[in-house]
Ligand binder design. Structure first.
Ligand SMILES: Cc1cc2nc3c(=O)[nH]c(=O)nc-3n(C[C@H](O)[C@H](O)[C@H](O)COP(=O)(O)OP(=O)(O)OC[C@H]3O[C@@H](n4cnc5c(N)ncnc54)[C@H](O)[C@@H]3O)c2cc1C
Length: 417
């Protein structure tokens, strides 16, 4: 296939053949604003909005706290790798309709040879494709709208939303949480940093980081998985004097145990696995560690001013000084920089995924969300349990019936831990 004069022609033909959207079959209820509220307008939220529309559920509202479409999701914000970490063949939000998939979109614009030649999807191309998907399928997202709190009502939910005009309350029958890492517990900053340093001295990789301001400075990166190496690379490329990357493990994780989850069959059927097996997988992953992709490591080792410190967990941090363990008693390492060192905790096994019960929208419900691994040892269960139907359900204590559905688990593109 070569480039098409009208790159949207095939997608438009597929849309025509699909036929008009089915009529809404959900009877309206007095006092209910939405039949479904989708929290998060990233790729998952948009895919669910399209799927619901095709299922004849029309009163759906997608909200996102981001300023605008470019700030929603991770691809143009906190993701810093050149290419996606996942194989280009993984299904995306196209819902099984090839004309809406990445390959069709890309080939229509760049030709099939260009697609065949690409080993993995360039990150900006993936972001561009998602923007097209949202525009082409006309999925409306209400930006600058943050879910603050979910309050159960009589057979529905009240959503407390922060908007540009202030806090409002809207009602919905069902909720889909497509809120990315916030839904898995959010980011984690070790107390060694947060307790001792002013916020201006450190950032999480999920933050918008002004790398240009690190030019000529010594930078410390905490963590040795993919995002840590990506942040180190961008700091080096931005002209940092030196970047020191610290890991707790004595060697870099090299066994990609989570990769099998990238196979569509394994991914789609994951919620069918018994708890015991899921927990075994989680423990295996936890023990093996999250692997940095080879290209992320290659990107930093090109720089002579990149330094890797293994078996060097941080114990505490003070301005210009890190205390880390290396073999013996705590040792201080001073950064001899005329400017403050910027310590950056990044995507380690502990870099993301705090306790879901502490995340604002769900904090009231946290104790009632069934977790994968609850009752199993040795780690505390933190993540919502995906039910076989692909949904995690929230129950009132003592009741068997689900109150609402949260965090759809299947048919998303991610298999990243
Ligand atoms: C650095 C990095 C690299 C990754 N690389 C890959 C990869 O190569 N391949 C892959 O498959 N996966 C990758 N992932 C996983 C990736 O996050 C998902 O694949 C993808 O972004 C999931 O899309 P999503 O729509 O579920 O979540 P997101 O893209 O994270 O979108 C969630 C949205 O929810 C919004 N939101 C959150 N809380 C609220 C709230 N309270 N109110 C309103 N809106 C809210 C956010 O603003 C955001 O726009 C990576 C993740 C990271 C962090």
């Amino acid at each position: 296939m070569t480039k098409l004069p009208d790159p949207d022609a095939d997608a438009a033909a597929a849309l025509r053949l699909l036929g008009p959207d089915p009529a809404n079959w959900v009877p309206p209820r007095p006092g209910i604003d939405h039949d479904v509220a989708i929290i998060g307008g990233g790729q998952s939220g948009c895919a669910f909005a399209f799927a619901l529309r095709r299922a004849g559920i029309a009163r759906v509202s997608v909200i996102d706290m981001a300023e605008d479409a470019t700030q929603a999701g991770i691809w143009l914000t906190s993701a810093r790798m050149h290419v996606l970490r996942t194989p280009k063949t993984l299904p995306g939000p196209e819902l099984g309709i090839p004309a809406f998939g990445f390959q069709a979109w890309y080939e229509a614009r760049h030709g099939s040879d260009a697609y065949a030649a690409m080993a993995r999807i360039p990150r900006p191309a993936w972001a561009e494709y998602l923007a097209w998907y949202r525009r082409f399928l006309a999925i409306p997202v209400r930006y600058r709208t943050r879910l603050l709190r979910i309050e159960p009502g009589a057979g529905h939910f009240r959503l407390h939303l922060e908007t540009a005009d202030g806090v409002t309350v809207e009602t919905t029958r069902k909720i889909i949480l497509a809120n990315g890492f916030a839904g898995g517990g959010g980011v984690y900053v070790p107390p060694a940093l947060s307790a001792n340093l002013p916020r201006s001295f450190y950032a999480h990789t999920a933050d918008a980081i002004d790398f240009a301001s690190l030019r000529g400075k010594q930078v410390a990166v905490l963590g040795a998985a993919a995002s840590a190496f990506d942040a180190a690379a961008v700091a080096l490329e931005a002209g940092s004097a030196a970047v020191h990357l610290f890991a707790r493990r004595p060697e870099l994780a090299a066994l990609p145990v989570a990769r099998v989850r990238g196979y569509p069959g394994a991914y789609d059927n994951y919620p069918e696995l018994p708890d015991r097996l899921r927990w075994q997988q989680a423990l295996r992953f936890r023990r093996a560690g999250s692997t940095p992709p080879a290209d992320a490591v290659e990107r930093v080792v090109k720089f002579a001013n990149f330094h890797l410190h293994l078996a060097a967990p941080w114990l505490s941090a003070r301005r210009h000084r890190l205390f880390r363990r290396s073999g013996g008693p705590p040792r201080a390492r001073r950064f001899r920089a005329s400017h403050p060192a910027v310590a950056r905790p990044v995507h380690t096994a502990r870099g993301r995924g705090g306790r879901i019960s502490r995340r604002p929208p769900l904090s009231r419900h946290g104790p009632r969300i069934p977790r994968t691994g609850a009752g199993h040892r040795p780690l505390p269960a933190r993540h919502p349990r995906a039910e076989p139907v692909g949904l995690c359900q929230l129950r009132r204590p003592g009741r068997r019936r689900a109150e609402h559905e949260a965090r759809p688990a299947g048919r998303r593109r991610t298999h990243q831990p």
